[in-house]
Write a protein that binds this ligand. Structure first.
Ligand code: ATP
Ligand code: MG
Length: 607
């Protein structure tokens, strides 16, 4: 065990400075890292009220010499670094000698520690930076750190804290990252006296993945291994079918440290190119090992961002490793499918645009999922064949005309008389000959708008129909995701989506909006989760409901790339007059464009 010492001014000036304690989860991260650096094999974490009231970490590591306790809490004092050169060969998680001092400045800290070779340990308090004298402590070998009343002396920062469940979610995320990186350590997490996680030591990362993300994710994993020069890459990547709406389940570790790296994130997505719809993200757990001198971890105070000496090589290593593993797993043939996105390449990709063209490479069953329910709600669409490309021309017939059988509905200027020609182009656009020109409709945008209006009308009228599940379905989420869902519980219930906390990140789903018909209920919930976690700040009630309805409408609507039958097209067109603003989708894009006969004649020089 190295002794703690004050760093020289020279070294201090080279260390990336900045605040590392933002919220309870930052305290947890720093304390767990210290316990790991101390060679612990078991670490018990206990928090109260989302960590705001109390955080306790007990480890069985090598402890701190009684004489060093004051230094442990002092600024720029560490046992992990001596001179400036050491900054380029860091083998520990900590090295700045700052974490405990920062925590001691904004909370009430008790540090108790006993090295195994001493008969008795010692303790010290630090309240808002003020240290107590050292007293003997009669505990077992290892270290116990108690942090109470975080930000008690900085009320402004306290105000930025969110609900208990959100803070707990962040804490669990900090624990998850470290537990994934150190499978051989035993961790426990208690919240308000209740055991939330018992994470026994295991030889395999896969066990940890299963423990935190559920059996479904675990089953989708493919192991990867690769080397290039001194760089080694190992871990697991998921089947593309296990995709998510954000990149949160793309875990990346460098030498045992969780990091965020934009370039390597791109490399992961590139590896999956053609296998994921735009806006969808792969799930991966990648561990990169590099000699310490090839990476600078001293660029960000929380060490979550690093600078690689040769970022390019690592980009290729990640990309090619993923590609070749997916090929091996026989998942790549779909990569050769024609890229239906190509002609839309210049479009501004938004939520609703995200799926344009991508449905062609999907299975029939997925396409089936997207068709709204039959039986009078939504659009009554018979099942449509999705491919191959073969545009069909047809005339609408009387049975597919407007509901009251005549054409005098006080509708829009785009009303479709019975005998006019209708054509679906590129499985994306519906072109209609109108008396004074031609109307081009974006099928996805229009359907999305219709569904959105239907959702809104029903919600306003309190008639949002819900489909009850005979047996409530447990959906495994990360703790943070579960927290977000449960925070939005009331709004979700108003939309027919009823959820209950089932503990340990699992949420019980007991009903879903009937308008979403055939969609798999768990999929609906996951999409809602993706929506909620990508909201930067907490939306107000109305924004939340609007956002959720527009998201659900987008997901349930037919996609560009879906071949529609004449009956489906007619059903879609019939619904246009039922809603207020069919001219724009909920994201503000137009749903239809009119080309007047006069304009056409003019353009061709006829008039
Ligand atoms: N759980 C622990 N077991 C043993 N020693 C500890 C423990 N926690 C802290 N220490 C000692 O206290 C010192 C200060 O800890 P602190 O977290 O403030 O700094 P650090 O880990 O050296 O660097 P960083 O600020 O980057 O985390 C450490 O260098 C270590 O010697
Ligand atoms: Mg530390």
């Amino acid at each position: 065990m190295n002794r703690i010492h004050q760093l020289s001014q020279l070294v201090i000036s080279k260390i990336s400075a900045g605040e590392v304690i933002e919220r309870p989860a930052s305290v947890v991260k720093e304390l767990l890292e210290n316990s790991i650096d101390a060679g612990s094999t078991r670490i018990d974490l206990e928090v109260e009220n989302g960590g705001v009231d109390k955080i306790v970490v007990v480890d069985n590591g090598h402890g701190i010499q009684p004489d060093d306790l004051q230094l442990a809490l002092a600024s720029h004092a560490t046992s992990k670094l001596s001179n400036a050169d050491d900054l380029f060969r860091i083998g520990t998680l900590g090295f700045r000698g700052e974490a405990l001092a920062s925590i001691g400045g904004v909370a009430q800290v008790t540090l108790q520690s006993r090295p195994a070779d001493l008969p008795c340990g010692a303790e010290i308090y630090c309240h808002g930076g003020e240290m107590s004298p050292i007293k003997p402590w009669n505990g077992s070998p290892g270290t116990r750190l108690e942090v109470k009343h975080l930000f008690f002396n900085t009320p402004v920062r306290r105000k930025f804290l969110r609900t208990t469940s959100t803070e707990l979610g962040h804490i669990t995320e900090s624990l998850t990252r470290l537990a994934l990186a150190y499978p051989s350590l035993h961790f426990t997490l208690k919240h308000n006296g209740k055991l939330m996680h018992e994470i026994p030591a295991t030889a395999g990362l896969l066990d940890r993945i299963g423990l935190f993300f559920g059996a479904e994710v675990r089953k989708a994993m493919h192991e990867v291994h690769a080397e290039r020069g001194p760089a080694r890459l190992a871990g697991y990547i998921a089947n593309p079918a296990c995709d998510r709406g954000n990149a949160k389940l793309q875990y990346l570790f460098l030498n045992g440290r969780w990091i965020r790296d934009r370039s390597l994130g791109h490399a992961v997505q590139e590896g999956y190119r053609g296998l994921l719809m735009t806006g969808r993200y792969a799930v991966s757990f990648l561990f990169l090992e590099l000699p310490p001198e090839l990476v600078d971890v001293n660029v960000h105070p929380t060490k979550s961002e690093v600078r690689f000496r040769d970022a390019q090589t690592l980009f290729h290593l990640v990309l090619t490793t993923i590609r070749s593993r997916l090929t091996e797993a026989n998942l790549v043939p779909q990569l050769q499918a024609p890229d239906p996105n190509a002609e839309f390449g210049t479009r501004n990709v938004e939520t609703s645009d995200a799926e344009i063209g991508m449905r062609n490479v999907e299975s029939e069953s997925e396409a089936d999922e997207l068709v709204p329910p039959s039986g009078g709600q939504g659009l009554n669409f018979p099942q449509a064949p999705v491919r191959p490309y073969n545009p069909e021309v047809f005339h609408t017939s009387s049975e597919t005309s407007s509901p009251d059988g005549n054409s005098s509905i006080p509708n829009s200027e785009f009303r479709i008389p019975n005998s006019h020609k209708v054509l679906q182009l590129h499985d994306s656009y519906i072109v209609i000959e109108t008396p004074d020109g031609m109307l081009v409709i974006d099928q996805h945008a229009l359907h999305e708008r219709i569904l959105f209006e239907q959702f809104k009308n029903r919600w306003r009228g309190g008639t949002m129909e819900k489909q009850r599940l005979l047996i409530p379905e447990p959906v495994e989420l990360t703790a943070e995701q579960a927290a977000r869902v449960l925070e939005a519980k009331t709004e979700l219930a108003e939309l027919g989506l009823e959820v209950e906390d089932f503990g340990n990140g699992t949420v019980l789903l007991s009903s879903y909006p009937a308008l979403l018909g055939k969609k798999v209920p768990a999929t609906i919930l996951r999409e809602v989760v993706d929506f909620l976690v990508t909201q930067d700040r907490t939306p107000n009630r109305e924004q939340m409901l609007n956002g959720l309805m527009s998201m659900m409408a987008c997901k349930a609507a037919v996609k560009a790339g879906d071949r529609l039958t004449p009956a489906q097209i007619s059903a879609l067109l019939e619904q246009r007059h039922l809603v207020n603003d069919t001219h724009h989708c909920p994201h503000g894009r137009p749903t239809s464009l009119l080309f007047s006969r006069r304009d056409l004649d003019k353009q061709f020089g006829r008039i």
